[in-house]
Design a protein around this ligand. Structure first.
Ligand code: GLC
Length: 451
């Protein structure tokens, strides 16, 4: 009896879920969507830039929340924001050299400070010693390098007087009682804040020409009524506005619109390990990752990823069918610090000679096993397979079950031939003859021309 009831219950839940999943906001066809997303899926690699007032304390972009700072305590950063060394062209050149094909800048982060000259707030770069619209300079410089332009826009706003105090707000009441929230939120009006967001998003999407990506961040539903979800943001309306103003734009998944089939264009697994990316197979996604443990500039944070770890993230993403957006947190003077520049330069060196295993690539077709200590990507257009050597094997590399499938093999960085023969022990395997000495790349790549 209980079994029957629970089966019925399960059935009702499942059909509700299916019905929900079929809800749509737009009437774009699958082919139209594929076309809209095509450049992004092809390009695979982007630069994230987290820059704001938090670069001055240099203790994480959440410093206002972490240290429960109020507006007065946070004010010195506004008054002293003076990025005297900022040169958007230098940023764009660094991104280009690293092979990054798109860039997403924080036009406003959770602190509420706007890098652009919004007419709906005074809390903006033009009113600091910087005295100019930094978004404009970013857009012009990156576009000039042929890099696609994206805007990150925080849904949270810890400065706006109508944004209600919630579980993540720096002024969250210590006792977390409903009455305490109510007292603090008296007079705050989220409808006014929603209008503020629509106004600013309109500015961002009408003043700077074609914008390729909108990266909205983020929703935290529930939390005993003190989180924020799609109703708080007016997500459907906001997304409709975005797509109306920029029909070709690509939008992330953080608006809490999972109930709609077309409420998001890509998933955003954040700071996950390469192995965890397997679960997204067949979906459209971009993993966002930092060089160290913070998005904004964090002077004393020291867990910087190694060159090899960065390559594992890039190649890992591509070989599992997704994108990587790698973050830089420029300093308060407006430059990438030495650690970030070093990390980018090493990626540049690798990408200059090996980028064919990234652009237009995805996971290998079935029947191509991944040899030990490697990651394999595949370009379905050119029908070439890329074997990335994470532990250089020296002398030989066995390709299990590859017999009869390969026409030719060479290193990608210099097109030098790699000879191969059938393994004696197992007639289905191929054995590549590699030079004893590892080529001058942390992760050398072998390009295999398929039959
Ligand atoms: C987060 C954080 C944030 C960062 C973002 C990038 O959700 O709130 O600081 O901007 O992820 O993915």
């Amino acid at each position: 009896m209980y079994r029957t009831i629970s089966l019925i219950f399960l059935f009702v839940v499942l059909s509700a879920a299916t019905l929900q999943a079929q809800k749509r906001i737009f009437n774009e066809t699958a082919q139209q969507k594929e076309k809209r997303m095509a450049w992004w899926v092809h390009d695979r690699f982007g630069m994230f830039i987290h820059w704001g007032l938090y670069a001055l304390p240099a203790r994480h972009e959440w410093v206002k929340r972490w240290e429960r700072l109020n507006d007065t305590q946070y004010q010195p950063y506004f008054e002293l924001f003076n990025p005297d060394m900022f040169d958007a062209k230098a940023w764009a050149k660094a991104a280009k050299a690293a092979g990054m094909k798109y860039a997403v800048l924080t036009t406003k982060h959770h602190e509420g400070f706007c890098l652009f000259d919004s007419k709906y707030t005074d809390y903006k770069a033009t009113n600091t010693p910087a005295k100019r619209d930094l978004v404009k300079e970013f857009v012009e410089a990156f576009r000039a390098e042929g890099i696609k332009v994206g805007f990150y826009y925080s849904l949270l706003d810890w400065r706006h007087p109508d944004f209600t105090i919630d579980v993540l707000h720096p002024q969250q009441p210590a006792n977390e009682a409903d009455t305490a929230y109510a007292r603090l939120n008296k007079g705050r009006d989220m409808e006014k804040y929603r209008q503020y967001m629509r106004n600013q998003v309109t500015e961002l999407l009408t003043r700077y020409g074609k914008i390729d990506i909108m990266w909205l961040d983020f929703s935290y539903p529930g939390n005993k009524g003190h989180g924020k979800d799609h109703t708080d943001w007016g997500s459907v309306e906001l997304l409709k506005l975005i797509r109306k103003l920029q029909p070709g734009i690509i939008v992330d998944n953080r608006l809490d619109l999972g109930a709609y089939e077309d409420g998001e264009d890509f998933l955003t697994p954040e700071q996950v390990k390469v192995e965890e990316l397997d679960q997204f197979r067949g979906k459209t996604w971009e993993t966002c990752q930092t060089f160290s443990g913070s998005w904004g500039y964090f002077r004393d944070e020291d867990t910087w990823k190694t060159h090899k770890q960065l390559l594992a993230l890039l190649i890992g993403a591509v070989s599992k069918g997704g994108n990587l957006i790698l973050n830089v947190g420029p300093t308060a003077r407006g430059v990438f610090d030495a650690r970030a520049s070093k990390a980018l330069d090493s990626v540049s060196h690798w990408m200059k000679y090996n980028n064919k295993s990234v652009y237009g690539c995805t996971y290998p077709p079935t029947g191509f096993e991944t040899p030990a200590n490697t990651m394999v990507s595949y370009n379905p257009q050119t029908k070439r397979l890329y074997v990335h050597l994470f532990e250089y094997p020296g002398n030989t590399l066995t390709l299990p079950g590859y017999k009869g499938k390969i026409k030719y093999a060479h290193f990608l960085h210099d097109n030098s031939e790699i000879r191969f023969k059938t393994a004696e022990s197992n007639s289905n395997d191929l054995v590549l003859s590699l030079p004893n000495k590892k080529p001058g790349f942390e992760v050398p790549v072998i390009e295999l021309v398929l039959q």
